[in-house]
Design a protein around this ligand. Structure first.
Ligand code: UDP
Ligand code: GLC
Length: 380
């Protein structure tokens, strides 16, 4: 079948990295539409897959927290985008929208009877979206999507709780390939650690884009009171969270932690870096819809501490395949880090069991097969 995948961004967020694996592995004929340029386009073209770049104009500026006035002022630009997408989408059997904005424009652009799948990767909740954005998304989902794929049960539940139709919803978990984690030997780990000045140090790694709800500030606060612990923060602001990045640097200054907190910026060698830290912590303060970084940490055979909410609860069995702590709770986080630092038996046990669980439950082949069969349901 001919499938048109539509995504609003050219940045490399988790949704885009999951789509990249899907497009690379799909047995369908794929083309991709993006509403903005970036490294995602280049990786798609390397596969190779045709990419259509459509300038979003002021529709690109509408953020998920937007109110009704900014939504209305972007209407002409949405219409223009819709017209361009409609032309491209005409010859395709299915449109597959990978983000909210992509879905809204696709719903307007699709021809009558053309199947539209919405891959919902965000929690439709007040801590992530304005009320109007949620209402518009759910209304359009109920009326225009043939199927809504959620990246976790938590995401699906948020869709239903906002008024979404249960009979249209299914869950497909993200899958991650273990290969990039396995091609890095212990010797290479040692070399990278010494290059980074981490030899003989206990390093906690935080991986992910910098954004207030991702909670990197909670981890800095926790580490401030653990004098022998180093913290590596890997990632950058992808969607304009410049002020948050500045506040993180200010927090490090205030606690005089610049010797122990290392900002590494956005990196393409996450698997290697994950293997080079002792523990991985993902301290989101709002429910993480899925959290690829959690599965990646498990595949790297490192114990993962995550907050007890959203998709993390579906990935980690507390005390068996990782550790779950209360969101925003610095003391619990400190206790978990201290325990892993002093109890290497427990650390190794979590790492091994976490790896097995990630391999069994979150395989990339399973994800691609699930997406492919779901698309095939719409063949005529
Ligand atoms: N990531 C990356 N480089 C970085 C930080 C993160 O490639 O410097 C990747 C990370 O490996 C993961 C993705 O970005 O695959 C983040 O996905 P996740 O689902 O954890 O969060 P999202 O950003 O989608 O909310
Ligand atoms: C979104 C979510 C993240 C999820 C990713 C892939 O970006 O924030 O939790 O892992 O999509 O589905």
């Amino acid at each position: 079948m001919k499938v048109l995948f539509v995504d609003q961004t050219g940045q490399l967020g988790g949704g885009e990295l999951s789509l990249l694996d899907t497009v690379r592995g799909t047995s369908h004929t794929a083309e991709v539409v993006l509403f903005s340029d970036g490294p995602f386009r280049r990786l798609l073209e390397e596969i190779p897959v045709p990419v259509h770049l459509l300038a979003a104009g002021s529709a690109g500026e509408v953020r998920r927290e937007a109110g009704i006035s900014s939504l209305l002022s972007a209407v002409p630009s949405f219409v223009e985008l819709r017209n361009k997408l409609a032309k491209i989408a005409e010859g395709f059997d299915v449109i597959y929208a990978n983000s909210q904005k992509a879905f809204l424009v696709s719903a307007l652009a699709k021809r009558r009877g053309q199947p539209l799948i919405w891959h919902l990767r965000d929690m439709l909740q007040a801590d992530h979206f304005s009320g109007i954005m949620r209402s518009v998304a759910v209304f359009t989902g109920n009326h225009s999507a043939n199927l809504v794929i959620s990246n976790s049960q938590a995401t699906l539940d948020s869709f239903i709780a906002s008024g979404g139709k249960r009979e249209k919803s299914i869950v497909i978990y993200n899958g991650i390939s273990p290969a990039p984690f396995d091609t890095f030997s212990e010797q290479m780990v040692g070399e990278l650690r010494s290059e980074l000045g981490w030899q003989g140090k206990f390093v906690v790694g935080a991986f992910g884009r910098l954004s207030p709800w991702k909670g990197q500030h909670v981890l800095i606060e926790a580490v401030a009171a653990l004098p022998d612990v180093h913290l590596a923060i890997v990632g950058d602001a992808l969607f304009g969270e410049k002020e948050y990045v500045e506040s993180l640097h200010a927090l490090v200054q205030r606690h005089k932690l610049s010797e122990r907190v290392h900002f590494l910026g956005f990196r393409r060698d996450v698997p290697q870096l994950m293997r080079s830290v002792d523990v991985i912590a993902h301290t989101a303060t709002a429910p993480e819809p899925f959290g690829r970084v959690i599965v990646e940490g498990m595949l790297a055979s490192r114990p993962v501490i995550a907050t007890r909410a959203g998709g993390a609860v579906e990935i980690i069995r507390d005390g068996e395949t990782g550790i779950l702590v209360t969101p925003g709770h610095t003391t619990e986080l400190q206790e978990a880090i201290k325990r892993l630092k002093t109890d290497s038996g427990f650390l190794n046990q979590l790492a091994q069991q976490g790896r097995q669980s990630a391999l069994a439950d979150f395989s990339v082949e399973k994800m691609i097969c699930n997406v492919d069969t779901t698309i095939t349901r719409f063949s005529r």
